[in-house]
Write a protein that binds this ligand. Structure first.
Ligand code: ZN
Ligand code: ZN
Ligand code: FE
Length: 761
């Protein structure tokens, strides 16, 4: 056989992830000659050798690719043999306008952990050990090309040991930009009242001691500071709640390993896989009922615990000798963004933390921990941030560059380029100056990082959203066309886009959430929208109910429940539990508001219907975090409860029969679990019946489920099989959150398609 040549081009996240050394070593193993180099948008390989060996080499590439690499496409082509005598890594200067998908931050790999735990290793117990397969990326990158001078590691010149590894193509640290060791890299220290009390390993040992003594520590991590305490110490947990003014919202936990997680929660195979994945999100797990070492205050009124495994070397060191779980909650002050900077931490967290475990590697971009639930063997993202951002979502079509600014709550923005949608990290609730600043800085950073100049701006229809104000101003300043997108249409388009829906036929978008601005100026949120990427038709929706006092009603489900009954002329039960939280004055005001309509917008929101039921059942009357009443209703629901309540299958869906039937069940002494379970069955049945009717009338076959209500796994698990049994295709979220954290993706595709249509018309 004679030597032949192959040119191979690979696209995806293949730079800064050890891809060239991987190819180099793979080629050596196969005794091939030629070269590998980075190019615009990917990696090029020229390989020469025997044809069958070339084929095994090519087959091995996707199979053996390094953990951080993500191959989008691999194409090969025969090319002339040039007679190379060896295989080499070629270096190429960056090209102007060239861009590369950037890797998210990745959990410490097993090889690094092994070295960190080996007493003879140069990096024994070094809290910043990393390699090309793991460690910080997105949070330390200031600009591209991804090279050490453009990261926050530029402050740390490499020592000779690190340098040798960095330049050795056979080494695991070849071109690992954050490479460091105890001699040349970042260090930790412990600070109390502004005084450094211990350094390096002593600081870690002392931190553990303090945690075990019930203290609250601010610990600088990968994407920001955490506030940490011993999760088995009820008093410490209560104290942390008090200091953070956080009443009910659950705290995330970090546990040493899968075994310790299994000591507190049930973990199925899918959950175990996601817990130990390189993204290491917080996974919401069912807590075990036979053990109570974790106090109620960690997650009040919950049957779920949010748990993550250690994802940095420092985390692993904190658990070295003790399996005690830790509370690890984002360190911020009253809903401001997570604190990232040492001085900022000293200034803002001094009333929250007893001590600070600091380090001197700067965090360029803040990223909060990601949160997922696991449903039908896949991730259902609740918050997509650290470990996922800025990994792109692949678009179903090539698009111009769009900046979509997202919504008001749980904000993320999105910037598109070619076939990619770069969804930002979690920005947060746009209710204070700091978050707004973080939003604007984030946009500037993404535009520079991905070399994008937006050609179109997309924004929500709500005139008062901060993101909307930014978008309209930016459109004027930079003279960019702007497209306004209806909130629920954006939700539906986001789940369509993540499923690469390209059919000519529209989908039946079932969009259930808390609130969103409708085209008629009222508040929507219980919508059946026949949608494609440019238009929608509001086929059906819940019959609107009053929101007495607007936002006040959103924060107080008891007001919603009372107003609902008054509005629908349903007699108030004498012993209704919500009467305990509404005094006579408040009741009178609500009655007046409902009859006069004064300061009482109407809403078709499904989220508010959950609030009504939650309060009627005495589950939750006042919320201290978004979605609380619905979340607590879900955890109380007996998912085995049979049957459902009556409702009208019409274009305006009257929910009063549901509420009347629920009141009847309460009076008969049915349990909260059964009623909550039947209510979930009812909503599933309602989605099924209305979708099926609309599908038949309009000859459609795909249902897309989006909006914050679909964070409810109990509902998803009931409705999906119902729809599928009816022969409908169901699209649910797997890549971006169903809540407003996924909104920007839908805004972007709608804006692009709308503009494209204007141009062709
Ligand atoms: Zn590693
Ligand atoms: Zn070094
Ligand atoms: Fe929404």
């Amino acid at each position: 056989m004679t030597t032949s040549g192959k040119c191979i081009h690979i696209n995806g996240v293949v730079q800064g992830v050890g891809f060239r050394p991987f190819i180099y070593n793979l080629a050596q193993r196969h005794q091939l000659t030629g070269w590998v180099r980075n190019t615009s948008g990917g990696v090029d390989i020229h390989a020469e050798g025997l044809p069958n060996i070339l084929n095994t080499f090519i087959e091995a590439i996707p199979r053996e690719a390094p953990p951080l690499a993500h191959i989008d496409s691999l194409t090969t082509q025969d090319c002339p043999v040039e007679g190379f005598t060896q295989f080499e890594i070629r270096f190429s200067a960056p090209v102007a306008g060239q861009f590369q998908p950037i890797s998210p931050d990745i959990a410490t790999c097993d090889d690094c952990l092994h070295e960190m735990n080996a007493p003879t290793d140069h990096r024994y117990r070094y809290p910043f050990i990393n390699c090309t397969n793991c460690g910080p990326r997105f949070t330390i990158i200031q600009d591209i090309p991804y090279d050490r001078p453009f990261t926050t590691m530029s402050d740390f010149p490499m020592c000779d040991v690190c340098k040798a590894e960095y330049h050795d193509p056979t080494n695991r640290r070849f071109h690992a930009q954050p490479v460091a060791c105890p001699d040349c890299g970042p260090q930790v220290w412990l600070e109390i009242d502004g005084e450094t009390v211990s350094h390096r390993d002593d600081a870690i040992v002392q931190t553990i001691e303090w945690l075990h003594n019930g203290k609250i520590l601010a610990i600088k991590g990968l994407g920001g500071f955490h506030l940490a305490c011993d999760a088995t110490n009820a008093e410490a947990v209560r104290e942390l709640r008090k200091r953070k003014h956080r009443i009910d919202k659950p705290f995330a936990l970090m546990m040493r390993d899968l075994d310790s997680v299994r000591g507190h929660c049930t973990v199925n195979a899918d959950e175990a896989r996601i817990l130990t994945s390189k993204e290491r999100p917080v996974v919401l797990l069912n807590r075990r009922t036979d053990t109570h070492t974790i106090p109620h205050d960690v997650a009040p009124n919950q049957t779920l615990l949010g748990v993550m495994l250690p994802y940095t070397p420092l985390h692993h060191l904190l658990f070295a000798d003790d399996a005690r779980p830790l509370v690890m909650t984002s360190a911020n002050f009253s809903d401001e963004p997570i604190v990232t900077d040492n001085d900022e931490a000293r200034a803002k967290l001094s009333t929250l933390a007893d001590a600070f475990l600091m380090h001197d590697r700067d965090i360029h971009i803040r990223t909060d921990d990601s949160v997922v639930r696991v449903v039908n063997h896949a991730e259902l993202p609740i918050r997509r941030s650290r470990g996922y951002a800025p990994y792109p979502v692949h678009l179903p079509f090539e698009m111009p560059s769009v900046l979509a600014v997202g919504g008001e709550m749980k904000n993320t923005f999105c910037i598109t380029r070619d076939g990619y949608a770069f969804m930002s990290h979690h920005i947060g609730n746009m209710e204070n100056y700091e978050t707004l600043q973080s939003f604007e800085q984030g946009i500037t950073h993404f535009e520079r990082l991905f070399r994008i100049k937006p050609a179109i701006i997309a924004y929500d229809m709500h005139p008062d959203y901060w993101a909307t104000r930014y978008a309209t101003q930016r459109a004027i300043d930079d003279n960019i066309p702007a497209v306004v997108v209806q909130h629920h249409h954006a939700h539906v388009a986001s789940v369509m886009a993540e499923h690469n829906h390209t059919s000519e036929h529209p989908v039946i978008g079932v969009c259930f959430d808390g609130t969103g601005y409708g085209t008629d100026g009222t508040i929507w949120g219980g919508e059946f929208l026949i949608s494609d990427y440019t238009d929608f038709d509001r086929a059906a929706h819940l019959k609107p109910i009053p929101l007495p006092g607007g936002d006040v009603a959103t924060r107080k489900p008891a007001r919603m429940a009372y107003a609902y009954l008054v509005h629908n002329n349903i007699p108030i039960p004498q012993n209704a539990p919500f009467l305990n939280v509404l005094d006579n004055t408040e009741r009178r005001i609500i009655e007046q508001q409902v009859t006069s309509g004064l300061n009482t917008p109407m809403t078709s929101s499904m989220g508010r219907l959950f609030d009504v039921v939650s309060s009627l059942l005495g589950v939750c009357h006042v919320v201290t975090y978004e979605g609380q009443a619905a979340i607590e209703l879900e955890v109380r629901a007996d998912s085995q409860a049979p049957g459902h309540y009556p409702f009208t299958n019409a274009d305006t869906i009257d929910t009063a029969p549901i509420i009347r039937a629920i009141l009847g069940d309460i009076e008969r002494g049915e349990t909260v679990g059964t009623i909550a379970g039947q209510f979930h069955n009812t909503i599933a049945q309602l989605i099924h019946d209305v979708s099926l009717r609309v599908a038949t009338e309009r000859q459609l076959n795909t249902v897309a489920l989006s909006g914050g209500v679909f964070q409810n796994v109990t509902l998803l698990q009931k409705v999906t099989p119902l729809l599928e049994k009816a022969g409908l295709t169901v699209l649910t979220h797997r890549l971006v959150p169903p809540n407003d954290g996924g909104l920007a993706l839908g805004q972007a595709v709608i804006a692009a398609k709308t503009k494209a249509r204007e141009i062709t018309v």
